[in-house]
Design a protein around this ligand. Structure first.
Ligand code: TPP
Ligand code: MG
Length: 577
């Protein structure tokens, strides 16, 4: 845990607001996502070296902080006014809680003399945030300021990371600060404390993996949170172990590696890369889960993972282990524990594993080749309406290995997970899979690009989900962050409509939109907006957007019959191939 130097700006007559900013600077915070409030904080923060990245709407600001945290590996900070603004932070904090992302919300509170008097925009924020944060406290005393700041950072970055909320009475911020505390620790990166699982159990796990006939690793988003991709890659390679991932775990292994299956879960019908690899999952005899919540979509409603297998589960949160699959418990950080597990595996005779490897690799290669042949028609289809598979494929061709791909909920998440390839271990594919909420795509991408201004960030969104975030196009223009937003305009709430048709034989009147010119909305906000109506024009539009170095919106008029290979659709709809 590195110590930060004492804040250079600490002054004898500082306000609490300045001291608060200095404490955040001590934890490595250099920008916060805000909209003026709490004003005393934002006026003081530049003196501590903290800028304000201004959002249009709190809901989006909280998600920008989330995207920033996912990419920067530092705490993302969002700030807001009390009352209505605070309520808008609930959705992004809920996603961050479910996805284990450290976000700290600084929320203004009514003055201390007005508490419980029906003050303007007064609300019980502690109750409001209790269900969506790991830690919620109101700071009432200047002399406890840094204690609470450090508690909030500790809660956000330790164990299973997640959101924390600090409530700041407006009058307290203007008070004269107490003497600077002796606190020096930097607690703003995650995971804060790396803990190694029980070494005896690591030995046991190594023996199980070494002796297994059909072992499989299923890596989840926890690998990214731990920063454990290199350790996973080393175990995959040296232990001759095939690796599949969940949606959130995509990119935790290089999908061009011969032992990488791809994404497994509820999208394994014909058209998915992993369709022919299902037996590798269902017939595995030893399954190593890493940072994997074993949630409904990831396990195809708990039908995909084998019932008879021995499970080994690495997770910093003990309550995730054994939740749905009883497992050998490796409670600890993925990076440390995977490294130790690899060492332990290498002590075993791996000749049987090595001998089995060519067959496993051939099985994966055959499935991937067959899949590529199957989808070749749909991923190269010219004319209109454009197939979304082609859009994802054209982005995939152009996204560098250090590029960051972001998707909104709904089909966009499926398109990137199935039709794009992680080109290295550790590549990031961000989507709001904590709660799968619509509208997260654009703000996640803005946060990611603020964290990594020099990297290519592309964001794929459906027209329904994009409707939640139009206002942030002005943010894109103002910040001039060069995100390329690709809107799939199929004119419908696609997933909603298709799933209703499949389940009920009909859909409600909510599923069809009036025509919207999304490219014109972008241009009205002052950023480049182009509409693409033919498959062959998608690639050139992407090339032009990338070459411009500026934020661009590409609206692609897509086929309303385009559907990803979800298990629930199998045999329901005609195949596009
Ligand atoms: C905030 C929120 N509201 C509603 C839903 C339910 N929902 C899931 S997918 C979907 C349709 C999304 O349509 P669109 O964004 O246009 O993407 P498409 O499926 O058409 O590609 C809806 C309404 C949700 N996931 N999140
Ligand atoms: Mg749509």
């Amino acid at each position: 845990m590195p110590d930060a130097a004492p804040p250079a700006t600490a002054t004898a007559n500082a306000t609490v607001a300045l001291r608060l900013a200095e404490a955040f600077a001590r934890h490595g915070v250099t920008t916060t996502f805000g909209q003026s409030l709490p004003s005393a904080f934002h006026l003081a923060a530049p003196h501590a070296g903290i800028s304000q990245t201004v959002y249009r709407q709190e809901n989006m600001g909280g998600t920008m902080a989330d995207g920033y945290a996912r990419i920067s590996r530092k705490v993302g900070v969002v700030t807001a006014q009390n009352g209505p603004a605070a309520t808008l932070l609930v959705p992004p904090l809920a996603e961050a809680l479910k996805a284990s992302i450290p976000v700290i919300a600084l929320v203004q509170e009514v003055t201390r003399d007005a508490v419980d008097k029906n003050a303007f925009q007064e609300l019980d924020h502690i109750k409001l945030f209790e269900g969506v944060a790991k830690f919620v406290r109101r700071i009432d005393r200047a002399d406890r300021l840094e204690d609470y700041v450090d508690m909030a950072f500790t809660a956000a970055t330790s164990g299973r990371p997640g959101p924390a909320v600090l409530l700041l009475p407006a009058d307290l911020l203007l008070e004269k600060a107490a003497a600077a505390s002796q606190r020096r620790a930097m607690l703003g990166t995650f995971p804060l404390d790396r803990t190694l699982a029980d070494p005896a159990r690591i030995e046991e796990a190594a023996a199980l993996l070494a002796k297994a006939a059909r072992p499989l690793i299923i890596a989840g988003g926890g690998v990214h949170i731990s920063g454990a991709a290199q350790e996973l890659a080393a175990l995959q390679q040296d232990g001759h172990l095939p690796v599949a991932t969940t949606f959130m775990g995509k990119g935790s292994v290089d999908e061009t590696h011969p032992l990488s299956l791809g994404v497994v879960g509820n999208t394994m019908a014909r058209g998915a890369r992993t369709h022919d690899l299902k037996p590798m999952v269902t017939e595995a005899d030893v399954v190593l889960l890493v940072g994997n919540r074993t949630n409904q979509n990831g396990t195809d409603s708990w039908t995909l993972y084998p019932r008879g297998a021995r499970y080994i589960h690495i997770d910093p949160d003990p309550s995730e282990i054994g939740r749905n699959y009883e497992a050998l418990r490796l409670t600890g950080d993925a990076k440390l524990t995977l490294a130790a597990l690899r060492e332990a595996v290498l002590k075993h005779d791996l000749s049987a594993r090595a001998a089995a490897r060519p067959k496993v690799e051939a099985q994966i290669a055959k499935a991937v080749e067959g899949w590529q042949k199957l989808i070749a028609g749909v991923t190269t289809r010219d004319g209109g309406p454009v197939r979304p598979e082609r859009v994802a494929t054209e982005i995939d061709k152009r996204l560098p290995a250090d590029g960051i791909m972001v998707a909104d909920a709904s089909y966009s998440s499926n398109w990137i997970n199935i039709y794009m390839t992680a080109k290295r271990a550790g590549q990031r594919f961000l989507s709001p899979r904590g709660l799968a909420g619509l509208g997260w795509g654009v703000p996640l991408a803005i946060g990611a690009q603020v964290a990594e201004p020099g990297k290519r960030v592309v964001c794929l969104v459906g027209d329904g989900g994009f409707g939640h975030s139009w206002a942030e196009l002005e943010t894109l223009r103002r910040l001039q962050v060069p995100v390329t937003v690709v809107v799939l305009n199929n004119g419908i709430l696609g997933f909603q409509k298709h799933a209703e048709d499949a389940k009920y034989g009909d859909h409600t009147i909510a599923c069809d939109f009036a025509e919207v010119d999304h490219a014109a909305i972008a241009r009205a906000c002052g950023i480049a907006g182009v509409r693409v109506e033919r498959g062959e024009d998608v690639g050139p539009a992407l090339d032009a957007a990338f070459a411009s170095g500026k934020p661009t919106l590409i609206e692609v008029m897509t086929d309303p019959n385009g559907k990803p290979p979800l298990g629930i659709y199998a045999a329901h709809y005609p195949e596009p191939f």
